[in-house]
Every structure is written in C-alpha cells, then in structure tokens.
Ligand binder design. Structure first.
Ligand code: ZN
Length: 195
C-alpha cells in the first residue's frame, strides 16, 4: 500500500503514515446525514440493516414491486387505504401513526415521524447513551413496522401496535443489558428500558 500511496497523485506528506495510506486507500466518500442514526453501536445488526435500506428507500415495497411487474396490487397490506411506499408505510399510514404515538409516549419525546433523520441529527441530547438508545428505538420501530407489514402480507393478520412497542422495548432492553447499561440506567431520571 505504501508504494501505491507514494505513486499516487495525492499530496504526499513528508513521511508515510499508516493513517494517510488508509485514507488514500479508502478514497473520498460522501457524508450521509443518516450516519449517526444507522451506525449506532446500540442498534441490533438486523435493525441496522433494515434501517440502512429504509433511509435509502431501498426496501421492496409494493410500489416498487408494481413498477417491476411483480404485483398488480400497490395497496398498503396493513390499512389498504393508500399505496404502499416508504413514506406511507413508515410515516403516513394510520398504523404507523399509532406505533409512533406509543413510542413517543414511552420515550417521553415528540419525534416527528415525517422527518425522523433530520430530527435525530439535530437533537441536542446531553447524554450520548440516551441519544444512542433513542436512535436504537427509532430504528427498532422501523424494523418492527416492516415485520408487521410482512406478516400482514403473508398471513393476512395485523399485529397490534402495542405488541410492536413491546417488541421494541424488549429489543432495546436486551441491547442495553448487552452493553451493561442496566445499572447505570436506574440512576438516570430518564429510564427508557423499563418495560
Ligand atoms: Zn397503510
């Protein structure tokens, strides 16, 4: 790598450094606004993966399946009142609204479901731990809404929003325990992991 770095067209420092070589090797990357929300160590990997697809609008929602000719039905599998796309499924759907209301009630926050990423990256939270837990809860909710959508589509039944929130709480609580945050959380005035 050192040879390639030295032969490159970049401005060479006086002395080769591993960090300089690494940065040269990785190249320039665009900064994405959703980075703090998705690359959060408190997220479960399966949540992070679905969240990563959601922020990029890459889940195979029915509007996409329709465009590809895979389905003729674009209706939301949960409410049937609108076409299913990312905006509808995770924000506008009455089902999602109920789920968001429960999440906000639990967290004691007013997260706007229509601009979650903007809210999160500008939210000034004095505790990094709290911010990571809230971020993990947001992405967990997305994950479970997507799961509920799949259940509705495959099994023709709709999971209760309170069940969704219970799943979110269990996931967050388990992740906090893995990070050994349980004891610390009991000392905070804000106690989000109590189910
Ligand atoms: Zn819907």
């Amino acid at each position: 790598m050192k040879g390639g770095f030295a032969a490159g067209t970049c401005l060479l420092p006086d002395k080769y450094q591993v960090s300089s070589g690494y940065n040269w090797l990785m190249g320039q990357h665009q900064h994405v606004p959703w980075y703090p929300l998705i690359w959060n160590r408190t997220l479960l990997p399966r949540h992070a993966f679905i969240g990563w697809l959601i922020v990029q609008g890459r889940l195979m929602t029915r509007d996409k399946l329709f465009k590809f000719g895979i389905t003729t039905d674009q209706a939301c599998a949960i409410c049937f009142s609108q076409n299913e796309n990312h905006q509808h499924l995770f924000s506008d759907c009455t089902y999602s609204t109920l789920c968001w209301d429960l999440l906000n009630e639990w967290l004691g926050l007013s997260i706007p479901k229509t601009r979650v990423v903007d809210w999160y990256i500008t939210w000034r939270c004095p505790s990094l731990m709290k911010k990571q837990i809230v971020g993990a809860a947001i992405v967990a909710l997305w994950y479970h809404i997507w799961h509920a959508r799949n259940i509705a589509r495959i099994e023709a039944r709709v999971l209760a929003p309170r069940y969704i929130l219970r799943q979110v709480k269990q996931d967050i609580q388990g992740r906090c325990q893995e990070r050994k945050w349980t004891l610390k959380l009991t000392k905070l005035p804000w106690e989000p992991v109590y189910v």
